[in-house]
Design a protein around this ligand. Sequence first.
Ligand code: HEC
Ligand code: HEC
Ligand code: HEC
Ligand code: HEC
Ligand code: HEC
Ligand code: HEC
Ligand code: HEC
Ligand code: HEC
Ligand code: HEC
Ligand code: HEC
Length: 310
Amino acid sequence: MIEWPKGEVVRVAVALAIMANLFLVPLTGHGEDQAPPDTTGKADPTASEKKPTAAPEYVGSGSCKNCHKGHSKDWKVNPHRNISEMANRSLARDCESCHGPASLHLEAGGGATGIINPLKTSGQAINSMCLSCHAQGSLMEAKGSLHLTHESNCLTCHAIHNNHQERLLKKPQTQLCQDCHALQVAETKLFSRHPIREGHMQCSQCHNPHGAKEKMLIRNTVNQLCTKCHNQQVGPFTFDHPPVSESCLTCHKAHGSQIRGLLEARVPVLCLRCHGNTSFTHDQSQPNKHKCLDCHESIHGSNFESRFFR
Ligand code: HEC
Ligand code: HEC
Ligand code: HEC
Ligand code: HEC
Ligand code: HEC
Ligand code: HEC
Ligand code: HEC
Ligand code: HEC
Ligand code: HEC
Ligand code: HEC
């Protein structure tokens, strides 16, 4: 449940005011010296002649259902219904939390007038409106992050009235990511892979789509990330294999690989990148000398044996 620190109240109000202003410029007729509203011009062309006298006011969401049956009915299962249970009841604006004060919309009898459709505002306005309530948790690093600059915004991935999709996403997560990251999704179809295609894992378990301290939007440093699910491969061991504590990605791919064990390269090629001189110390008459793992079994480190035999 979202808590409402006092400052947030002001920020929502400001964000909404900015959006409302953008939208209502042609309505009030005071906007000649301002930038044109960031809408797609679908506003009622006769609207400017109506010259409503009053500033828009909150009217409550009771009336919306008269004309927007679908949206109001679906609301009962939308996570945003909890807006009205938020700690600060005075912000219980329901529909108007995102669509702005609706009195002029009602006066006009509906249409594209007197109401904000966030989709028709700018990406920046959308982000700051949503973040006025969602700046915590997974969204802590959201400001200026890759997905919220580069012309994408909250509504690139989310659709607020899309109740049936988990986390109000526009479409199932992997499909969503695939639209822009086809290469990485293709990697998850290789011979050895993290089971994303099988539906046992999601991109967001490793990446925070909203932003992260680490590069590549990963949720943690590489090794902390991997060992959260693979705790047997991490020490401290009595005998460490140095590249393991450096980075799992020295030897492994993150998404998928043609090589067994999600490996970056085949054994022995992989090992010989660093142990190129090993063949000289090994018994050259050994027929299986290239099957390094047959003998050096505990490749991630060992508590018993400095050569990782067990
Ligand atoms: C958390 C923000 C939020 C709240 C609260 C909200 N909406 Fe929306 N609404 C949106 C966004 C964003 C869009 C743009 C389309 C989308 O993302 O689904 C939208 C679009 C709409 C549309 C335009 C038609 C469409 O689907 O594109 C109508 C009508 C609408 N909302 C009605 C309502 C009503 C009625 C309520 C209250 C029951 C409500 N909204 C509550 C964010 C919100
Ligand atoms: C008297 C009928 C009526 C009432 C009451 C009403 N609307 Fe509308 N509204 C309409 C009509 C008609 C449209 C234009 C057709 C559409 O998009 O569904 C519209 C459009 C919208 C849009 C889309 C605007 C756009 O630019 O795409 C939103 C958002 C919206 N209404 C929200 C609300 C909310 C929130 C309430 C309650 C506070 C509300 N409406 C009350 C009739 C009404
Ligand atoms: C007025 C405050 C407010 C605004 C503005 C708002 N939200 Fe929310 N949002 C909430 C609340 C409250 C919840 C329910 C959280 C809970 O139950 O813990 C929620 C839940 C969500 C969820 C989570 C769904 C889930 O399954 O956990 C998503 C996604 C979301 N909001 C996205 C958005 C986006 C995108 C916008 C901007 C278009 C937005 N919200 C604007 C208050 C808000
Ligand atoms: C690149 C796509 C993308 C963008 C852009 C995006 N989200 Fe999300 N969002 C997701 C995905 C995917 C999840 C599900 C994450 C999960 O299940 O762990 C999610 C989950 C959420 C949740 C649910 C709670 C949580 O922390 O996981 C909220 C709230 C939310 N997003 C709000 C927002 C807001 C607000 C914005 C804009 C500032 C935004 N999102 C932008 C993809 C996106
Ligand atoms: C609308 C297109 C779009 C969608 C959808 C999208 N992304 Fe992105 N993503 C981008 C852009 C643009 C960048 C910026 C870096 C770039 O140009 O590759 C980016 C960057 C990233 C990066 C960091 C790459 C780097 O070079 O640092 C990761 C990781 C990532 N996205 C994962 C995801 C995941 C996971 C999803 C699904 C939840 C997703 N993206 C959905 C467009 C998108
Ligand atoms: C097991 C954790 C994990 C999962 C699951 C995962 N990733 Fe990644 N991803 C990573 C790591 C770690 C990196 C950094 C790779 C590197 O540094 O070589 C990365 C890098 C990326 C990049 C940047 C690639 C580049 O070289 O610029 C994108 C984009 C990306 N992932 C998208 C996705 C998408 C889309 C999904 C879901 C299909 C996904 N990831 C699932 C861990 C993961
Ligand atoms: C959210 C949990 C999770 C995270 C984080 C994670 N993995 Fe995995 N990993 C899995 C699952 C689940 C499997 C499949 C296990 C199975 O099929 O038995 C797997 C399989 C593997 C395999 C064996 C693949 C095979 O074909 O035998 C390797 C190697 C691996 N992961 C390495 C990594 C690395 C490296 C990272 C960090 C970049 C990482 N994992 C992060 C859950 C995770
Ligand atoms: C020096 C190279 C190297 C490094 C670094 C490395 N691994 Fe491995 N890993 C391997 C090899 C080789 C295999 C065996 C692959 C096979 O089955 O053919 C393996 C297998 C695995 C497996 C599959 C299960 C198993 O134990 O056989 C997992 C999971 C795994 N590694 C996780 C990790 C994690 C997590 C890290 C980082 C903490 C890491 N690895 C670092 C070389 C490495
Ligand atoms: C990124 C470089 C790197 C890769 C790749 C790598 N190692 Fe190592 N390995 C080291 C380092 C550094 C040490 C520490 C001892 C040293 O300096 O030789 C070490 C130590 C060892 C030791 C113990 C040496 C001793 O003197 O006790 C064995 C055995 C070993 N590696 C086997 C392998 C095998 C088998 C592979 C392939 C699966 C592999 N290593 C891949 C860097 C690497
Ligand atoms: C038939 C078992 C066997 C195979 C296969 C094997 N090793 Fe070894 N390896 C050993 C033994 C035994 C030692 C200890 C030799 C000693 O003490 O002189 C050793 C020692 C090492 C050492 C420690 C430094 C050294 O030269 O003494 C490294 C590094 C190493 N092996 C890497 C590899 C790599 C890389 C491969 C694959 C190309 C490999 N080994 C294949 C048995 C094997």
